[in-house]
Design a protein around this ligand. Structure first.
Ligand code: SF4
Length: 477
């Protein structure tokens, strides 16, 4: 795969694809534009992330099939249909490079790509499935009529034990060395005779997926060797920064200029922090604002003021707010000199005049707060005891709390935050939480409309109305 900066010329279409599901044996002999290199990978990551969230939520196989079809359609279609296969293959190989670099990254990528392959295979036609099995050169052979008759009784017993329809005379079964289908053997879902498993056509996905997983696992190790020995250094000014940033990429909307629900005013901040801030930002406000702690002011202004900017607080209001909070401690002059600069900087009015973007969940979760620091993601960085206490203060009930803690134990921090959102707002959040500002935005969408309907957006009555259960809706951003 050759990467070019601008124009792209397609040399040849990868020849290892069957139907629309490739084998991903070789990196494609294509020139790829740098923009496509990154954009295709981000699109595929959206699919993998959607699968990861759905699996963590315990979606059923039928639900997964529909979800994968929808995710693929929404993210992996190319404007030119003839480029769909190229986009599929390029994005896969880019992500191999991104996710080969550590054991954890390899593990995640291997699981998600294997799940994606499974459901794409299941969604394919019978012809495509048969052709793919041939391409994989799987160690299996369709059994003869006589073999089927000899094994029929046993095959019926297995089918009955899983409420499957009994095999008919024209059913296709494959004879496979039993070690090639470990998940079928472990689930006692196949008849085994003389070291061979008799695999029904609807079960061959297990065989294909085992082969795919094994190939990809080896390929990731080889890619990692190439990455560390040559590619990383060779590409240090071009691809390496993109590759290193991709595994940390935030895939949602840009919150650097959030204005979708208008600007918020200082007087609303306290109330909004209690009703609509995620636990990370609630904790910071609680620590720094409500309790008037002044250490770590810089990390506060960097993290919280970026977040506040994202929720729609104007720079002038932000300056006034932080000045009122801190100047009696540090003095107005020192505040103007040392801290106001940081806030103006966040709004792009100082320094390089970059309009900084608020931190995403991934960035916050992967940060490493020092002892006594309060930034970071509470689901990842709090002790279980502190987390339970914080969730209790947010009004999360005991049953929901157990679910949240369970997700945290399994290191699904964003899902834990999503379950908290759902418990606090009594509504589902199918998109999951990916950004503190998204949490705020989704919360605001649920709580705000009813207030506008009663026509008193800023009255105390309207504020109270936001929190009535009858005003709660569903979030599907
Ligand atoms: Fe904040 Fe994201 Fe952690 Fe939720 S998951 S607490 S929004 S960093």
């Amino acid at each position: 795969m050759e990467i070019v900066r601008s124009q792209r010329s397609r040399t040849n279409t990868p020849n290892d694809s069957v139907s629309t599901l490739p084998l991903y044996r070789y990196a494609p002999q294509l020139e790829v534009r740098l923009e496509d290199f990154e954009v295709f990978a981000m699109d595929r990551l959206r699919v993998l992330k959607g699968i990861s969230d759905a699996l963590a939520r315990g979606k059923r196989p039928e639900e997964m099939e529909n979800l994968v079809r929808d995710l693929w359609k929404a993210n992996m279609r190319h404007p030119e249909a003839s480029e769909d296969v190229n986009k599929d293959i390029i994005s896969h190989f880019v992500l191999r490079l991104v996710y080969c670099r550590t054991e954890d990254l390899r593990k995640w990528f291997l699981s998600m790509e294997t799940a994606l392959y499974r459901y794409r295979f299941l969604l394919g036609s019978s012809e495509a499935k048969r052709a793919l099995m041939e391409e994989f050169d799987l160690p299996c052979k369709a059994i003869s009529r006589t073999e089927f008759e000899n094994a029929k009784e046993k095959l019926e017993q297995v089918a009955r034990s899983f409420d499957q329809p009994l095999p008919t005379a024209d059913a296709i079964f494959y004879k496979v060395p039993f070690e090639e289908v470990p998940e079928l053997v472990a689930g006692r879902r196949v008849y085994i005779h003389k070291g061979h498993a008799y695999v029904a056509m609807h079960q061959v996905v297990s065989l294909v997926v085992t082969q795919f997983r094994s190939n990809l696992s080896k390929a990731l190790i080889l890619t990692n060797r190439k990455w560390t020995s040559t590619i990383r250094e060779q590409e240090k000014d071009r691809l390496t920064p993109i590759v290193e940033a991709l595994s940390m990429s935030y895939l949602g909307p840009d919150y650097s200029q959030t204005k979708e629900f208008g600007e918020i005013s200082i007087k609303d901040l306290d109330q909004l922090a209690r009703s609509s801030f995620p636990l990370c930002m609630r904790h910071l406000f609680d620590k720094y604002v409500f309790r008037r702690l002044f250490t770590f002011l810089l990390s506060l202004t960097l993290c919280v003021s970026l977040y506040a900017k994202g929720v729609g607080l104007r720079m002038e209001d932000a300056l006034a707010f932080w000045k009122a909070e801190f100047s009696h401690k540090v003095g107005a002059e020192r505040f103007d000199k040392e801290y106001a600069y940081s806030i103006r900087h966040n709004y792009g009015k100082e320094g390089k005049r970059t309009d900084y973007t608020p931190y995403s969940c991934q960035k916050i979760i992967s940060s490493t707060p020092g002892v006594g620091d309060h930034h970071g993601c509470p689901y990842r960085h709090f002790s279980e005891e502190n987390l339970r206490a914080a969730l209790g203060r947010m009004g999360v009930g005991s049953r929901a709390m157990e679910d949240v803690v369970d997700k945290v134990r399994n290191r699904h921090y964003q899902l834990a935050c999503t379950l908290t959102f759902e418990a606090v707002h009594s509504s589902s959040c199918d998109a999951g939480i990916n950004h503190p500002n998204q949490y705020f935005s989704d919360s605001h969408k649920i709580l705000q409309p009813k207030v506008q309907i009663v026509g008193q957006p800023h009255s105390d009555q309207a504020e109270m109305a936001k929190f009535r259960p009858s005003n709660l809706q569903t979030c599907k951003s």
